[in-house]
Design a protein around this ligand. Structure first.
Ligand code: ZN
Length: 483
């Protein structure tokens, strides 16, 4: 608080005041107890004597008062009326002086306040939006503009500085008084999309024919689906155990977002083989079902013997005989749908397509898929030589997927040079006689071979053999792979 005091003598009663003053000074000096404030007026200004107020807002004086403090003379402490000279025009920048005055005991006391009217309000920046405009990370963002207004300087739009911070834009502008206005435009709509992988970033599958992409979702900040723009690099060979990487990426030409998925292909275990204790013959029949298969089933039923059928689709009108064979306890296994060497050995994919077709037929008839199979021509065939290495690759792939292949120990030659029942019986019995365990190759599409079965069974029983159907734990016969 600061108060300025002035005293002005009034001519009319000058001598009385002089005498009074003289008396007070004598008293005060003499006793040392009295102060001169017996004649004081205290001005009290609320706030500083120099203040700054905002342009454009009504001026409200912070407050002031004047109080007489004399005790020896006069009426003692009391509020005194104040007159104000001068005014503040807040609609005009500038400095104004207010003079407050009061009278007490014929003396005029004054105090001053200096008021600066200044621009204290920063410019306002209004972020504009354009109707119907839908920015996105993918299409980029074109600024929709701002308007900047200052209550003193007026339109400052053309002075706005724009700072692009990726996920937002900051707009700044200063007015002539140095007040800075700031506005922020959030750009969540153009935030980079996130690629979410269904099934996670690591997927483990068992080796199989096909890999089914688990899928992904890509949505930008506006919720727009960007899946169609995602490119997937890399591939999975689902029938070859190993670790594969798939990279999913999307680009807007400037930035790229990508996520990697690791696909681990694990081999499917094939059970250990178990050598049967007794002398065993596994009768197996290829290329059916056909016109003689029912006759064969009747014979097997009569002797209560189970055999194995490596089936084809060569005679589709007999397909349901597969169902009967299955229900009667025989093993149904895959041979080939087409049995066309030049098709199935042209590529791994062809082989698997043909294999799957056979599996579907088996499933239709039995309600199950089979894990046992026999390559057309056997695994040692050379008819596939037109595609070098195909048998090596196929045997590896099929085993990785948990399928077991069965060649044969004893060839009846019924698809070769032997065309009589006696010849088939001879070939099979002499072949089996040399072995404890035999997998025998016959074809149920050959009537003379089917007719040989009864004699083969009789011979086997007489010589202490057990006849069994193959299962995954049966001993395998694997020929030397020649291609
Ligand atoms: Zn065959």
């Amino acid at each position: 608080m600061a108060a300025e005091k002035e005293k002005k003598k009034r001519s009319g009663r000058g001598w009385k005041i002089t005498l009074l003053l003289f008396f007070v000074i004598i008293l005060g000096a003499g006793a040392g107890l009295f102060t001169l404030d017996g004649r004081h007026v205290q001005f009290r200004l609320v706030g500083s004597s120099e203040i700054t107020v905002a342009y454009g807002k009504p001026y409200v004086d912070p407050g002031r008062s004047a109080v007489s403090t004399g005790r020896l003379f006069g009426p003692g402490t009391q509020e005194l009326p104040i007159e104000t000279q001068g005014s503040v025009n807040t609609d005009e920048i500038g400095t104004y002086i207010l003079t407050y005055s009061t009278e007490y005991l014929y003396t005029t006391y004054t105090a001053r306040r200096v008021v600066h009217v200044a621009d204290l309000t920063p410019p306002t920046i209004t972020v504009q939006t354009v109707d119907g405009y839908e920015p996105s990370w993918f299409t980029g963002y074109e600024d929709e503009g701002v308007l900047a207004w200052d209550d003193v300087d007026g339109d400052l739009t053309s002075f706005v500085q724009r700072v692009d911070l990726g996920d937002r834009i900051e707009y700044r502008v200063s007015d002539s008084a140095g007040n800075e206005g700031l506005a922020v435009r959030e750009l969540s709509a153009i935030a980079p999309p996130e690629i979410k992988l269904n099934g996670g970033e690591e997927v483990t599958i068992s080796a199989r024919m096909d890999f089914e992409e688990p899928g992904f979702t890509v949505v930008d900040g506006t919720g727009r689906d960007l899946s169609e723009f995602v490119e997937v690099e890399g591939s999975v060979t689902p029938y070859k155990p190993g670790s594969y990487e798939l990279v999913y990426s999307i680009t807007n030409g400037e930035d790229t977002v990508s996520v990697t998925r690791t696909v681990i292909v694990e081999p499917v275990e094939i059970p250990e083989t178990v050598q049967p204790d007794e002398k065993t013959i596994y009768l197996t029949f290829d290329d059916g079902p056909g016109p003689y298969t029912e006759r064969l089933l009747d014979i097997l039923a009569e002797y209560d013997v189970k055999a194995t059928f490596f089936v084809t689709s060569l005679n589709p009108e007999y397909e349901d005989v597969i169902g009967r064979a299955y229900r009667e306890g025989h093993t149904i296994a895959v041979h080939s749908a087409s049995h066309n060497y030049y098709y199935i050995y042209a590529s791994e994919q062809n082989y698997m397509d043909d294999f799957n077709e056979t599996e579907e037929m088996i499933f239709r008839q039995t309600g199950e898929y089979s894990r046992l199979f026999r390559f057309p021509g056997g695994s040692s065939n050379t008819v596939s030589n037109f595609n070098p290495g195909i048998m090596t690759r196929l045997t590896g792939n099929m085993n990785a997927m948990g399928y077991q292949y069965y060649d044969w120990h004893v060839d009846s030659d019924d698809a070769g040079g032997t065309h009589t029942t006696a010849g088939v019986v001879y070939n099979v019995t002499t072949g089996c006689a040399e072995r404890r365990t035999s997998i025998v190759l016959q074809h149920d599409v050959k009537d003379y071979s089917v007719e040989a079965v009864e004699q083969i069974l009789s011979w086997g029983f007489r010589n202490g053999y057990t006849f069994r159907a193959l299962d995954l734990t049966s001993p395998t016969a694997h020929h030397r792979i020649a291609n």
